[in-house]
Design a protein around this ligand. Structure first.
Ligand SMILES: NC(=O)c1ccc[n+]([C@@H]2O[C@H](COP(=O)([O-])OP(=O)(O)OC[C@H]3O[C@@H](n4cnc5c(N)ncnc54)[C@H](O)[C@@H]3O)[C@@H](O)[C@H]2O)c1
Ligand SMILES: O=C(O)C[C@H](O)C(=O)O
Length: 339
């Protein structure tokens, strides 16, 4: 264990807009895969979050340097680095929220499902440790393929007797971030005012942005909506190709992961009406897991919100995505139960 402490005068009693006007509780957050392309900027962003009091950074290598570096930032939380499996338990003990960006990223020509063989085992091992050391923590799963890694996590927790469907989330916030950016570009709306729900899953056509519900309303023509939908679905591939073998989205993902984690922490803190899209256990469709808007609260998911009204194009998209999403979910469940 490598501990670096740089406490600022910020302290525990913060009056910050959006965080309420009461003193802030102690919250421990762990990032698993913290030395990676996503993990490092995500560690930085979580260090800046005033709702975090302890930040545990875990990886199989290189965490001491990352932890020492991040710990010098004069924000509230105490940063501790953990390296190697022997230290995983210490990293997780007492955690309120665990964020998992551990695993390999895509290279050009690969699908997210091509990562399954390596990442499924990594996620399974990490979730077994979560079940043992912090069974009540919220889990934000970033590792791909999210459509399968979330079902794997659920099965691991079920086997351990710790599964609480309100506490497991596949992070699909990057799809929402992209949909907002691309929609703002076409509609000329101020991007800060834009909202676009994205439902389904997190791979190719399973990513279904609902531009018919986007605000502010822009009445974009059908061909533009189709192009925006395709760009959102292919957003990850756009970055993978631009990085030309050097990985996938890291900076935008760290931003999206930090936004989602902040919403989870606000929910735990009792901030009302915190709503985000996430891939969760669901009865919104016949599929056992599905991404849609969820209301976050003191125990994680408080309510899984329905899809609202869809355009004909979105209805078709919804039917088309179901077979692929179903197969990815079943693949994850099968893997977790056979090994
Ligand atoms: N959900 C999303 O929207 C989204 C977006 C971008 C990337 N991703 C996924 O996130 C994952 C990480 O991407 P990246 O670019 O940070 O990759 P990276 O290779 O840069 O970093 C991954 C880190 O995980 C660590 N790691 C490997 N096995 C581990 C284990 N057992 N325990 C802890 N750490 C372990 C590695 O040491 C490395 O530091 C990939 O699977 C990628 O596909 C998801
Ligand atoms: O595309 C990838 O492989 C990474 C991630 O899922 C993304 O959407 O950027």
């Amino acid at each position: 264990m490598f501990r670096s402490v740089a406490r600022s005068a910020v302290g525990k009693h913060l009056l910050r807009r959006g965080y309420g006007t009461v003193s802030l509780p102690d919250r421990k957050v762990a990032v698993l895969g913290a030395a990676g392309g996503i993990g490092q900027p995500l560690a930085l962003l979580m260090k800046l979050n005033p709702l975090v009091s302890q930040l545990a950074l875990y990886d199989i290598a290189n965490t001491p340097g990352v932890a020492a570096d991040v710990s010098h930032i004069n924000s509230r939380s105490e940063v501790t680095g953990y390296v190697g499996e022997d230290q995983l338990g210490q990293a997780l003990e007492g955690c309120d929220l665990v964020i998992i960006p551990a695993g390999v990223p895509r290279k050009p020509g690969m699908t997210r499902d091509d990562l399954f063989n390596i990442n499924a085992g990594i996620v399974k091992g990490l979730c077994s440790a979560i079940a043992k050391y912090c069974p009540h923590a919220l889990v934000n799963m970033i590792s791909n393929p999210v459509n399968s890694t979330v079902p794997i996590a659920a099965e691991v927790f079920k086997k351990a007797g710790t599964y609480d469907e309100r506490k497991l989330f596949g992070v699909t916030t990057l799809d929402v971030v992209r949909a907002k950016t691309f929609y703002a570009g076409k509609s000329k709306a101020n991007v800060a005012d834009v909202n676009v729900p994205v439902v389904g899953g997190h791979a190719g056509i399973t990513i279904l942005p609902l531009f018919s519900q986007a605000t502010p309303k822009a009445n974009l023509p059908e061909d533009v909506i189709k192009a925006l939908t395709k760009r959102t679905q292919d957003g990850g591939t756009e970055v993978v190709e631009a990085k030309a073998g050097k990985g996938s989205a890291t900076l935008s993902m760290a931003y999206a992961g930090a936004v989602f984690a902040d919403s989870c922490l606000k929910g735990l803190h009792g901030v009302p009406d915190v709503v985000e899209c996430a891939f969760v256990q669901s009865t919104v469709t016949e599929l056992p897991f599905f991404a849609s808007k969820v209301r976050l609260g003191k125990n994680g998911v408080e309510e899984v919100l329905g899809l609202g009204s869809l355009s004909e194009y979105e209805k078709e998209g919804l039917e088309s995505l179901k077979p692929e999403l179903k197969a990815s979910i079943e693949k994850g469940i099968k893997f977790a139960n056979q090994s």
